[in-house]
Design a protein around this ligand. Sequence first.
Ligand SMILES: [Fe+2]
Length: 1052
Amino acid sequence: MAGPGPGPGPYRATRLWNEVTRRFRAGMPLRRHRQRLRSHGSCFTAAEAADWLHQVLRSHSSFGPDVSRQQTVQLLRKFLKNHVIEDIKGRWGAENLEDNGALYRFPPTSPVKLLPSPPRENLGNFSGDKGKLSKLPSSSKRGLKKQEFLQSVENLTRPKADVAGEKKESTLQRREISQEYVEETWRNIIQIHLQTILGLPSLEEVLQPAQIIPEFVMYNMSNTSRHGVVILQDKAEDLPHWVLSAMKCLAYWPRNNNMSQATYSGFERDVFRTVADYFLSLPEPLLTFEYYELFVNILDLLQPHLERIAVEALQICCLLLPPPRRRKLQLLLRMVARISGNVDMPRLHDAMGNRSLLIQTFSRCVLRCAEEEDLDELLSTRLLSFLMDHQQEIFQVPAYLQVAVQDHLKDMEKAQCKKEKEEICAILPTYSYCKQITPQEFEEQKVSTSQAAVAELLENIIKDKNLSVKDKKKKLKQFQKEYPQIYGSRFPTTESEAQLLENKPTLKQPMLSLRKPKFRSLRVEHPAGGYKKLFETVEELSSPVTAHVTGRIPTWLRGSLLRCGPGLFEVGSEPFYHLFDGQALLHKFDFKEGHVTYHRRFVRTDAYVRAMTEKRIVITEFGTYAYPDPCKNIFSRFFTYFKGVEVTDNALVNVYPVGEDYYACTETNFITRINPDTLETIKQVDLCKYVSVNGATAHPHIENDGTVYNIGNCFGKNFSLAYNIIRIPPLQADKEDPINKSEVVVQFPCSDRFKPSYVHSFGLTPNYIVFVETPVKINLLKFLSSWSLWGANYMDCFESNETMGVWLHVAEKKKGRLLNLKYRTSAFNLFHHINTYEDNGFLIVDLCTWKGFEFVYNYLYLANLRANWDEVKRQAEKAPQPEARRYVLPLSIDKADTGKNLVTLPYTTATATLRSDETIWLEPEVIFSGPRHAFEFPQINYTKYGGKPYTYTYGLGLNHFVPDRLCKLNVKTKETWVWQEPDAYPSEPIFVSHPDALEEDDGVVLSIVISPGTGPKPAFLLILNAKDMSEVARAEVEVNIPVTFHGCFKRA
Ligand SMILES: [Fe+2]
């Protein structure tokens, strides 16, 4: 449903309107509804339309996740007014639509707006277009006095240092370069830069030359205060004094709150209302009606990876504004940015956070279309949010424009001196960014440059010292086949070829190779789509197969690597839809005296056994609904529904030990005991029977004595919700199954009565338990009522809380007591804790986060992951962005420290600020960040450093969700080491320490890698030296191995 929207260009707003209305008509589900004893076909309720459209708008690149439901309802009203929809009796034209059960339908007529036909008049005569200009109030359009304008021209066209020396000479020259010429130069330079930044073939119809008023630009650039705010000569055009005071009061709250005057509770709300009322009463938006199309075109650039470009474009566009508008906008943005970042500012609205309130209130004061029927509200929300976050950079004066104009005028002066008597042609700057060439030249260049690149590739193969002779021969042979001519010219004789290969000395692989790791750029592409093999069904093995080892397996490495993942991605013709739906396959690599074997078996869960028996999907999985048995009659099907939800036991996520046993698991109440030697399934265990939880994560903490801690949601009586920490003691002398002795040791409260947060892992230190409550919520009411009746699955029951941000909770591990401290930070998704430790009264909590509240799992449908590379990238662009972060939580507070940063540890930039409402606002230290590149599936030297101060973590690098590298990260220095190979797709790296290790990273890292392009052995187990991530050995197998999520190393 999500889409990139129409590209840049003219009439973008109208094209967007048309796109949204078309999509709405095409995609909005129509159903039969009953109303007042009558049945109506093919219609929908207003609330259903709001649900559907809200989703579409939020995932649309032009509007983004800030769109509120209220704005969606507003748009539906516009749809009703413009006959995009009509009520069930065929009425339209009013705007009386409410977010309720009233019925609406689509009219048979098309709602699409016609695009205006392209203007034919000479663009240079724009000012003659009275229709457009009449929208611009005359006071703002030509508000500058002639003298001020000349002053501006003077300031800008002459470099200040030159003034004294060149006074005499320049008098003559300046007389000759007219003001009109200077103006024209500015206009041209602005046009060229803007066109290049926006990537448009022409600015025609987006910004016409006459809309660039050089006197405004020059004034805006030269008349600024030391803070960079435009100063107006005519004070009558400025904000009224009382508005300025009110804005100042809010911007510097509470410092500038004049305490000598009596204030009262809610004072700040009244001040805010005063400011809001003033801006809302302005007849025209601050960006003016005239530049509406221009700013709408910039919306496409408001994406994280294009941030720099968007800032540059906005920098230029905001220079075009009449100075009084620019000043008002600048002051407004400075104020809203300050309020939204001010932790001491009380809530200005009961139901909305301050940031949301500011965006909702002021967006239409900033950008609005003169025509009523437009999507401007949604567009302006997005633009204001960006302007707010980048206001400082956007309002900086771009010196490069000034330099470009000066340079051009200087050149002109010189030209004039030389050819005083010659007529000066208007040689306007023509910044050519690429030289046009003929088609023939293009073809020639294409051949010569690509041939050169191929020849370079051959040289790289020849010179590659890391290739074995065998591999080099193989690659050369392949090359010869593809490019016989280039190969022939490099090796004209067979002797020259033989010489190269024979002279190569045979390299022996040392046990732990000290080869330097290869640092690669993050930009690796996967056009061949080899990653699709990660999501293909495979068969289990009847007995272990021997792997082919290259390099030498360390002799101390003895034991089994056990891992879990999906292995069956469809049952007959019924596909599973989500990454977490395929049926659980258990994998094992055994290491014994330098030899490696590989084995795998499907876990005989109920979900698997019943699917095999009935040859269809029987149990609803995470993102796949299991349809009822078609053989049952309607009554028995009805009673099956009412029996309630059959929860899946598909144990595809992890495998871990409890006592002497091993369990494969997912995240529900069922775990499955397996035999770690034979991989046979032993029995299903229902945790609900032992302890009060409705599920448990796949990431328990296991202490060195064997104690297991885990966390799970608990839905108690009367809908009481909590997150319970369960403890399973180690195996005792009586040999009784430790699960029988499970107990709840801590209960964390839930931020919402009906909606627990999704929890995937938690933090544990010797004395504390950390639980991070994220805004990804499970709507329990949906889960319990609608699921079995409406054909929904687990994914349908998730929703985001857009205002809560993230809450962190801490409990004392031994006493089970909650710390009465309210840690808060901005919204992110969290799946994996890296590590947590205590240091001098602080807890250091390292996390792999994904920024924002939108659920990352929405992007993990198999259709997305199996798409072609360009599509995979396109999808990932829209998803929350990853970042590994360190949060530091003070374990005690002193109220006297309100407003201060409580973190006193010298080695971190993370902060914790105590606010007046006694919440502690956390800002993280970023420990790893790469655009669209995640450091995920983190592992550490857990046995020795779990819960303790540590230095290294190992992770899987996700490139737009495709796993394509293994990384080691020093969390102190942020140094990284990377293992990567073309078209190779690794899995979570498991660290196994050397038995006599002295240092934290003495040991190896194990990962299953698939490398589908290289021949008969499409997968291998990779062993890396944990010191520098260099390859020690690999054990190749002749079968494909689909994606695995988590696992463990069981020492022999
Ligand atoms: Fe996980």
